[in-house]
Each structure stands twice: as structure tokens, then as C-alpha cells.
Design a protein around this ligand. Structure first.
Ligand SMILES: Nc1ncnc2c1ncn2[C@@H]1O[C@H](COP(=O)(O)OP(=O)(O)OP(=O)(O)O)[C@@H](O)[C@H]1O
Ligand SMILES: [Mg+2]
Length: 247
């Protein structure tokens, strides 16, 4: 099977620090893949490289077999990469609905059939559907800057899904959420169609084990282990790495 995502030999340096040092990672279509590891291991950096926000010093990114290494974030989003950030990124002065509409607009245009009104209406319909799915329908007219942290997270997920991703990159989606919100998030991610593969960075191992079928452990910019949740849970090497620092 052609992997949906293949990151091959990725190296990123900041001065003398190797944030990533020759990392390989493969995500298959529909897979739920977790990326875990102590603080500073390089998890966010790897998501940035996959999304096109950080250019690696060496290595290649293949999306469904096509080399996108030289493509920027917008081109990769068009080819099916959606993401949510470690700190939620929304347009604070736009309404909740407008945030999702903006994210949906590029995908609402049907080739050869562009009509400004029709395109906007299609984006609005997408926004309505997605806001209902993430439980924000009642807040559609509110300015996004007024949302509480957990609601902002839900909004960012709706925005990412508006781009119809084949691969969803999630950077610590449960951070700062209440127990109820975490429960809702887990249910939501469990119900995502298998047409969407997920690469989840998460410190909460209970969520990782509940949601993912494959786990890759990074440490100091290098893959330390990879396997099923039970293999990773049993690994003394992984336990040692976590004992030395995770926050
Ligand atoms: N823009 C930058 N400039 C300099 N150093 C950076 C930059 N971004 C990341 N780093 C460093 O690269 C290393 C990897 O950082 P990264 O944010 O990818 O870690 P992480 O695994 O996501 O950690 P956390 O779990 O704390 O979010 C860290 O040592 C970090 O300080
Ligand atoms: Mg991070």
C-alpha cells in the first residue's frame, strides 16, 4: 500500500541543536498514529515539517506518493493536510461561523462553476454542518476571540475539517480542556470517518491508547520506538524516557 504520508530522513537544526535528526515516519490511509515523547523531543517541529511550515535541512515529505517537500503550507492543505496547533489559532475578530467559512471557501469552489454567491453559500452550509458536529452551533454568531479555550479548540477542529483533509495533524488537542471536554473530544475523534487519517501528538497516554493503533516515540529528535499501544506500553526504554521528563 502506498503510504498516505512518508517523511523520510528529516533533519531540522536550530543552531547547534538538532531538533530532528534523520527522522522517518509513515502514516497509512485511515490510520490513527500517535507521536509521543518528552518535552523538546521534536514533535511539534515534525508536524511543522509535514504541514510545510518548517523547511527541513534534509529529507523528503511524500503525500500519497507525491513529493511535496518544496510545496508551502497552502499547497499541502489543498492536497489534504489539515492541522490544529499546539496553541489554538483562530481569527479573533471574525465570528465563529466566518472562521469556518474562510477555511471552507477554497474547497467550495467547483472548477468551471465559480459564482461568488453560490460559493459563499456552499461554504456557509459546510460551516453550519461542521459547527453542529463540534457542538458550537449556538455560538456561530459570536466573535471567535470571545470563546473559552476548549471552544476555540473545537472551532479549530471544525476549521481543519472544512479543508476536507485526508490527514489531520493534531498537536496536543486535549491540553487545557476540562474532563467533560476531553470526553467529548475523544468521542468526536473516534467517530471521524476512516477517510481521514490522524497523526496525534499528545502527552496524555490514556488518550493515545484509547484512540490510536500505532505509536511512534520521539526523543531528542530521533525515533526511540514504534509499535502498537501494547508494545509501547510494555517498553522499558519508553518508560525510562518518560520518567526522565514529560510535562
Ligand atoms: N524556532 C525555534 N528556534 C530555536 N529552537 C527551536 C525552535 N523551535 C523548536 N526549537 C527547539 O527544538 C526542540 C524541539 O522542539 P519542539 O517544539 O518540536 O518539541 P516538542 O516535542 O513539541 O515539545 P513539547 O512537548 O514541549 O511541545 C526543542 O529543544 C526546542 O527548544
Ligand atoms: Mg510541541
Amino acid at each position: 500500500m502506498t503510504p498516505l504520508l512518508a517523511a523520510c530522513g528529516i533533519t531540522v537544526r536550530y543552531g547547534s541543536l538538532a531538533a530532528l535528526d534523520g527522522v522517518d515516519l509513515r502514516v497509512d490511509p485511515g490510520q490513527r498514529h500517535a507521536l509521543i515523547g518528552p518535552n523538546g523531543a521534536g514533535k511539534t517541529t515534525l508536524l511543522n515539517v509535514i504541514a510545510g511550515a518548517t523547511r527541513p535541512r534534509t529529507g523528503r515529505i511524500l503525500l500519497a506518493g507525491r513529493d511535496v517537500t518544496r510545496r508551502g503550507p497552502a499547497a499541502r492543505a489543498r492536497r489534504g493536510i489539515g492541522r490544529i496547533h499546539q496553541r489554538p489559532a483562530v481569527w479573533a475578530t471574525l465570528t465563529v461561523a466566518e472562521n469556518v467559512e474562510v477555511a471552507a471557501l477554497p474547497h467550495a469552489v467547483r472548477p468551471g462553476r465559480w459564482r461568488p454567491g453560490g460559493t459563499r453559500a456552499a461554504a456557509r452550509r459546510t460551516a453550519d454542518t461542521l459547527l453542529a458536529r463540534v457542538g458550537l452551533a449556538d455560538l456561530a454568531g459570536r466573535a471567535a476571540g470571545q470563546l473559552a479555550h476548549g471552544q476555540r479548540r473545537q472551532l479549530e477542529i471544525a476549521m481543519a475539517l472544512a479543508g476536507r483533509p485526508r490527514l489531520l495533524l493534531l498537536d496536543e488537542p486535549a491540553a487545557g480542556l476540562s474532563a467533560t471536554e476531553v470526553g467529548r473530544l475523544v468521542e468526536f475523534l473516534r467517530d471521524l470517518p476512516r477517510a481521514v487519517a490522524v497523526l496525534l501528538v499528545e502527552h496524555r497516554l490514556d488518550l493515545v491508547y484509547a484512540l490510536c493503533d500505532t505509536v511512534t516515540v520521539l526523543r531528542d529528535g530521533r525515533p526511540l520506538a514504534a509499535g502498537t499501544p501494547s508494545e509501547i506500553r510494555a517498553s522499558a526504554q519508553v518508560r525510562q524516557a518518560y520518567a526522565e521528563g514529560v510535562g
